[in-house]
Design a protein around this ligand. Structure first.
Ligand code: GLU
Length: 959
């Protein structure tokens, strides 16, 4: 026998594959098959991958057409899984993809086994791959072998396994069996995502306290980012810590935060995220509009496997096409089966397919075999492949540190010696003041010098400083295109690196390479500090903005008027002018317009007016006004104080626009360092727009340049100190100068945004090494420390800190006191409300006493209120009135009424005499008592009521 019985099906499959490749003579063209897919509700990306694969097959494969039926079910819900599977079977499908969760998958598998439907899985599953199941995920035991090989290769003896759940315990449990307990100490700790609610710190702290430094981390991709972040938080991400992370999707999460931590993180991946084919597919799967290089870093293994599975299934389907007869299958009919199901499955397992996840091939047990994994380490340059693991090779693990881009290799410049060009520009490069002779690098100090020292310490290179004495950073000759200054030196090979206040500009970046910026800055104006301007004639008005003054006047007039009106309608404000006369003929009111204005004015001036208010409403409005004046006067006083101590710029300009507009009129000259980045910035702006502010500034700059060329910043600063010279300079340098020269200040904001960098020849291999070195200095706070040292602490820094004299006082505008106005308005409205209430009560009472209807009484009273000139009311006294209008206690004489039919009495001579007597004595009294109206302005008294009137109140308005 050539074949054993076991080999027969395999032989049959191989024959079919041969036919498939060369075509079946009886095969029909482009047959359509239905395939089913069951997804756990959360797996939308897998669904996209599946759809993309089906789309490609339908679009590019002429022999076959697939239609996709999708069911979405909750995770671990066997009932729904059964229902979804049976529904799909009744639609006549030829295969089922998914689902992902274990319970659902097992349920689907048992039905598929029964009905001989191919079931394609892409999940971690350590069950035997028999029946109609085809799983494209690498076999767990093989993966365990990978972890083992790696741990051995890294030489770990003792380590901690951090696992998440049962599934990961199964994985790492197998691993522990491979180690010898005597020689290896393995501790296991669970990161229970359910119990901990996402807080893994207690477990991580515990292992940190134990002093463990080597960890094998096995958890789902969903919690991996949290675990790593929390590990960093508790101090497990330092250079002495080592991690092997088993999740095959590690490359898809954000690893940047750990890149510079120097922690040894090793991961493995099935996919090559930078593979063009994979990137292209990922772009399609994620329906990204443009082809994007980083898309490969988003694609997870399960998505790539799903894509491969569909492609492979379609091939198997084509190969077994003549035998495939799709039928509608009922779950409840025991005889219903897909007769060709097993053939398709065998065909799939017999195929060898080059997919996104490498060559897909199954061994005799149906497990995926011959697969390879990339082993990568997280380095400063990102994920760096350091080896390869292949299940078919002996030994499978090959650590070679391959694919390490030279520019990311931090050791690349170790022991190299660079010639570093500097300029002696404070505080970037300076000569050390020393009585002893100094040689070599010791001669120099400064911010840039220190940066080189720090970088050399990190990267291990040597350096020699060279000094460019003419201070030229580098300008390109417009005619010859040749660069001068330190840029020219780099190009000519005089130096290897250049560092000073060297601005990264577009033109320079085309000629040389720059590291990432070590300092950010922008152009601004250096000018003499404002001197005290002589106070103006009306400077007392400065503390308030004009609108506030306007509103203040409106309030002053408004409140006086309202007080006057309320005074008239408040009964309490009408009082007996002769307290000793019990029955006055008339009442007087002190709140005439003049008194009201006087009272309100007195309050503003914080003076008394001796006008005493009596009613609730007038007191309320007075209270509000006092509150208002208290706040306004305090604000005024406070603001005035700062105005008196404020120095105003002289000549006055606060920004570039004002400078260029007033420069000529005020004889201000403008300058910038000759041939520097600042000057060329203005030059470029001038070329673009001559009449813009920048263009005008450049013209003025050129005019000043005819008389004075600024060779270095120091000269410009000295010129600025002389006055009437606006020097354009980079704000970091301005900050340095203004901390030492207290007569200078920065005027206006930054005009642009750029940075200083270290320059080197184009395409230098050490650029990335230096750039990442700078990032490191930035991350560990070294750059900030150096800045503090050279700006604030050394060479007389920090002298001009407490100079508050130049702070600009601004007039208090409406928004600053708006609330006070509103409170006053609110109080006034409340006072009006009280006045109306008071008056209504009085009228009600009066109408009850007199028997005159309320409205009639109200009408009479109202008419009187509108006779603004009258400040006296005549009164007809009765017994009741004396009772109520008690003047002894100064209360409101409510209800001065005249009863109907008693007119005779009131009209009597006695009464008339009394009235004339009263008037005489009042005119005497008015000369001494402020509360009474002066005789000259007194309004005519009201006439006594007529006998027949039935509206006989003390406010009777008969004329
Ligand atoms: N940082 C400038 C440069 O690199 C010099 C100073 C300036 O132009 O303001 O040219």
């Amino acid at each position: 026998m050539i074949f054993s019985q076991k080999h027969l099906p395999l032989f049959f499959v191989r024959v079919l594959i041969v036919f498939a490749n060369f075509g079946f003579p009886w095969a029909q063209d482009n047959r359509e098959y239905k395939i089913g897919a069951i997804f756990d509700e959360s797996n939308s990306n897998q669904e996209r991958a599946l759809k993309e694969a089906v789309r490609e097959i339908n679009e590019f494969d002429e022999d076959i057409n697939l239609s996709l039926l999708i069911k979405r079910i909750p995770r671990d819900n066997p009932y729904e899984a059964t229902k979804a599977t049976c529904d799909l079977l009744e639609d006549g499908i030829v295969g089922i993809f998914g689902p992902f969760s274990e319970d659902n998958s097992n349920t689907v598998q048992s039905i598929c086994d029964l009905k001989e439907i191919p079931h394609i899985e892409v999940r971690w599953d350590d069950y035997p791959q028999n029946g109609t199941l085809v799983n494209l995920h690498p076999y767990p035991d093989t993966l365990t072998k990978t972890y083992y090989d790696l741990i051995v290769s890294w030489g770990w003896k003792n380590f901690v396994i951090l696992y998440e759940n049962n599934e990961s315990l199964q994985r790492v449990g197998e691993l522990t069996k491979l180690f010898e307990p005597k020689t290896n100490r393995i501790v296991m700790r669970q990161l229970n995502s359910v119990k901990s609610g996402g807080n893994y710190r207690p477990v991580l702290k515990e292992v940190w306290r134990s002093g463990a430094t080597h960890f094998l981390l096995d958890c789902s991709i969903e919690i991996l980012e949290d675990v790593l972040r929390q590990a960093q938080q508790v101090g497990l991400m330092t250079s002495k810590h080592n991690f092997i992370i088993t999740n095959l999707d590690l490359h898809t999460i954000e690893l940047m935060p750990y890149q510079y931590s120097e922690t040894n993180i090793t991961g493995m991946r099935f996919l090559d995220p930078e593979n063009v084919n994979l990137t292209e597919k990922a772009t399609n799967i994620y329906e990204s509009e443009n082809f994007q290089i980083f898309m490969g870093y988003r694609l997870r293994l399960s998505e790539a496997l799903t894509y491969d599975a569909v492609k492979m299934f379609a091939n198997a389907l084509k190969a077994s096409e003549p035998l495939v007869e799709p039928t509608k299958i009922s779950c409840y009919n025991g005889n219903d089966k897909l007769r060709s199901g097993t053939t398709i499955v065998n065909m799939m397992k017999g195929l060898e397919y080059p997919g996104l996840t490498g060559v897909i091939k199954f061994d005799i047990k149906g497990f995926r075999t011959n697969f390879g994994l990339d082993i990568f380490e997280l380095m400063e340059g990102g994920q760096t492949v350091v080896g390869h693991w292949n299940s078919s090779k002996i030994p499978p693990l090959n650590i070679s540190r391959i694919n390490i881009p030279p520019e990311f290799d931090s050791d690349d410049i170790r022991n190299k010696t660079f010639k570093v060009m500097i300029t002696l520009t404070e505080p970037y490069g300076m000569r050390v003041d020393s009585l002893l002779p100094l040689y070599g690098n010791d001669q120099y100090e400064g911010f840039a010098v220190d940066i080189i020292k720090e970088l050399a310490a990190i990267r291990g290179f040597n350096y020699t400083f060279l000094v460019r004495e003419d201070m030229k950073n580098g300008e390109q000759d417009a005619k010859t295109g040749k660069w001068n200054g330190i840029i020219g030196d780099l190009i000519d090979g005089v130096s290897d690196l250049a560092i000073c206040d060297l601005t990264i500009t577009m033109k320079r970046a085309q000629a040389v390479d720059f590291t990432g910026p070590f300092m950010m800055l922008g152009i601004s104006i250096l000018y003499t500090k404002p001197t005290k301007a002589p106070p103006s004639f009306f400077s007392f008005a400065d503390p308030f903005a004009f609108e506030v003054w306007k509103l203040l006047i409106v309030c002053w007039v408004g409140v006086a008027l309202i007080l006057f009106i309320l005074g008239r309608i408040s009964p309490t404000e009408w009082e007996n002018p002769y307290p000793c006369i019990e029955e006055p003929e008339y009442l007087v009111n002190q709140l005439d317009l003049r008194n009201c204005v006087w009272f309100i004015t007195g309050s503003i001036m914080q003076q008394g007016s001796e006008i005493e208010l009596k009613s609730i409403s007038t007191r309320m409005i007075a209270g509000m006004w006092w509150f208002f004046t208290l706040l306004m006067v305090s604000s005024y006083t406070a603001s005035l104080a700062s105005f008196l101590t404020t120095e105003k710029p002289d000549p006055h300009f606060e920004n570039l626009h004002e400078l260029v507009e007033n420069a000529e009129a005020k004889h201000i000259r403008i300058g910038a360092k000759d041939g520097g980045a600042t000057e060329s910035f203005f030059k470029d702006k001038y070329a673009a727009d001559e009449n813009g502010d920048f263009g005008k500034a450049y013209k003025l700059m050129m005019k000043s340049r005819e008389f004075l060329k600024i060779k270095e910043n120091k000269d410009g600063v000295a010129e600025a100190q002389k006055g009437y010279y606006a020097f354009f300079m980079e704000d970091q340098s301005i900050e340095y100068e203004t901390q030492r020269k207290c007569d200078l200040t920065q005027v206006g904001n930054k005009l642009d945004e750029k940075g200083y960098g270290i320059a080197m020849r184009k395409n230098s291999t050490y650029r990335n090494s230096l750039s990442t070195g700078i990032l490191k200095l930035q991350n560990n706070g070294k750059l900030a420390e150096l800045k503090r040292k050279w700006w604030e602490e050394r060479k007389g820094g920090g002298q001009c800190y407490d100079d508050g004299g130049s702070s600009d006082a601004t007039p208090l505008n409406l928004s600053g006191v708006e609330g006070v106005f509103w409170v006053t308005i609110g109080g006034t409205i409340l006072a009006i409300f009280f006045a109306i209430l008071e008056n209504s009560m009085y009228i009600l009472k009066k109408s009850r006493r007199t028997g005159v209807p309320f409205l009639e009484t109200l009408k009479d009273e109202t008419k009187f209120y509108f006779r603004f000139g009258e400040m006296e009311k005549e009164v007809g006294m009765t017994e009741e009135s004396t009772k109520e209008g008690s003047e002894e206690n100064g209360e409101i004489p409510y209800g001065f009424v005249q009863k109907e039919g008693s007119a005779e009495t009131i009209q009597s001579k006695k009464s008339k005499k009394r009235r004339s007597r009263s008037r005489r004595s009042r005119s005497k009294r008015s000369r001494t008592n402020m509360e009474l109206r002066p005789p000259s302005v007194r309004s005519p008294s009201r006439k006594p009521p007529s006998v027949n009137s039935n509206q006989t109140g003390w406010l009777n308005n008969e004329n």
